[in-house]
Design a protein around this ligand. Structure first.
Ligand SMILES: [Zn+2]
Length: 266
């Protein structure tokens, strides 16, 4: 069955991964801006990274029949210095007319610090000013719930962002309801053995009937699996779920949310 992986960092993956994803049915991906494997020493490093995300990576994906889209930001891991972060933020508007840019992401919090929160608020303002979709990372700490609440409050306080145009990613059992009840979309990141496994995601899908939910691999530099989405499809099929539900969670929902950008192509 065809699928979309709406969150994967191909900068850290090989052409073999692209080939295997295509064989497994992947037709489109989105790649949020993130940590590049090293801390960048100047804003120019981000300029080069944004060029990679908007020029090189779409061409590489196209060789495997996969449509590549991206999101721009300075990730919270590198946003502790507000002066530096603002230099990067100032670069983003000049990339917004690139045809594979869907919005601002993945923004959020890493250690829930005051400086991270300030830069998160400035990203949200940028998204509101340009009417962009937003993709949010929630921290993988024991205080994920606290971080999620801080982020949801920051979005609400921004005042003009429509929750239906914001996706909160890396939700787990104890945060998904907070996100969905407030009108946002929720993403489940499937990791091979830690955090949300395909089995745990299937449990959450059953509980919430797949409404405003999607699944992704968040494949990156660490132990992660670029085939996590098709593996979750298999898990759902094994539990006897309909092809309609499987298609909804792994294809139709991403199309619906991402389609709001006017830029998403399958
Ligand atoms: Zn990510």
């Amino acid at each position: 069955m065809t699928y979309i992986d709406p969150h994967i960092h191909m900068v850290s993956r090989t052409t073999d991964d692209y080939e295997r994803m295509r064989l497994a049915g992947c037709v489109a991906i989105t790649e949020p801006a993130f940590w590049a494997g090293y801390d960048r020493s100047s804003a120019q490093g981000f300029y080069d990274y944004f060029k990679l995300l908007t020029e090189f990576e779409p061409r590489r994906a196209a060789q495997y029949g996969i449509r590549h889209h991206t999101w721009l930001c300075i990730n919270p891991k590198e946003a502790e210095d507000p002066v530096f972060a603002r230099e990067v933020l100032a670069l983003i508007p000049s990339f917004l007319d690139r045809e594979n840019v869907l919005g601002i992401g993945e923004i959020g919090l890493n250690k829930n610090s005051r400086n991270e929160l300030t830069i998160l608020e400035e990203h949200l303002q940028l998204a509101a000013t340009h009417n962009l979709l937003v993709l949010v990372h929630t921290p993988h700490l024991e205080d994920k719930l606290k971080g999620t609440r801080l982020i949801l409050d920051a979005i609400k306080n921004q005042g003009s962002l429509d929750p239906g145009r914001v996706l909160i990613d890396h939700v787990e059992e104890h945060t998904v309801r907070h996100v969905l009840d407030r009108g946002y979309w929720a993403g489940m990141t499937l990791y091979p053995d830690t955090k949300c496994t395909p089995q745990r995601a299937a449990d959450i899908i059953e509980e919430f009937h797949g409404e405003r939910l999607w699944i992704n691999s968040a494949g990156d530099w660490g132990h992660s699996d670029p085939l996590a989405v098709p593996k979750c499809q298999i898990e759902l099929r094994g539990r006897g779920h309909t092809e309609d539900l499987i298609r909804k969670i792994s294809f139709d929902n991403p199309v619906k949310f991402l389609g709001q950008s006017g830029r998403f192509r399958v």
